[in-house]
Design a protein around this ligand. Structure first.
Ligand code: NI
Length: 162
């Protein structure tokens, strides 16, 4: 495994649409391992492939219940709303309040190409929305209601860098 360099907000790669993964091979597995290592090293809760300069539809996340790898994720349904703080490893030193669905149903492939469905809520739902946004060139700063400033009191528990 190896750490990959995380690209930052100024990089136009973060604004591009990522392409679906078609080959579930060794190269993909290596990338997934590197992405997980890079995410954990940076103390992040999620990382999308464009953040390591690979324009493919791949995300890894860990919201406290273990590593989840999603290849070609698709949001099938959303329900409700939550408002809370978000950060992003590609937007260092900043955080903002972002409204997201409270519940998300999504399908995705695993590293071997097998399809799965997941129903997530609260923090994991937020994380899935944040990471899949990356695959379409969207960043949380595009949709945040406001910036959270350093000297501010914590708006809400459960804040994570994604
Ligand atoms: Ni992010």
């Amino acid at each position: 495994m190896a750490l990959r360099k995380i690209v930052c907000i100024e990089d136009e790669l973060l604004r591009k649409k990522s392409r679906p993964v078609e080959k579930f091979d060794e190269k993909l597995h290596k990338l997934l391992d590197d992405m997980a290592e890079t995410m954990y090293e940076a103390n992040g809760a999620g990382l999308a492939a464009p953040q390591v300069a690979v324009l493919r539809r791949i995300v890894v996340m860990d919201c406290g219940d273990g590593l989840i790898e999603m290849i070609n994720p698709q949001i099938l349904e959303t329900e409700g709303e939550q408002d809370g703080p978000e950060g992003c490893l590609s937007v260092p030193g900043r955080r903002g309040m972002v409204k997201r669905p409270m519940k998300v149903r999504a399908k995705f492939q695993d590293r071997n190409g097998e399809w799965y469905e997941i129903e997530a809520e609260e923090l994991l739902a937020r994380c899935i929305m944040h990471e899949t946004d990356h695959l379409d060139g969207r960043l949380y700063v595009d949709i945040m209601s406001r910036e959270i400033f350093e000297d501010e009191e914590e708006p809400e528990a459960g804040e994570e860098q994604k």
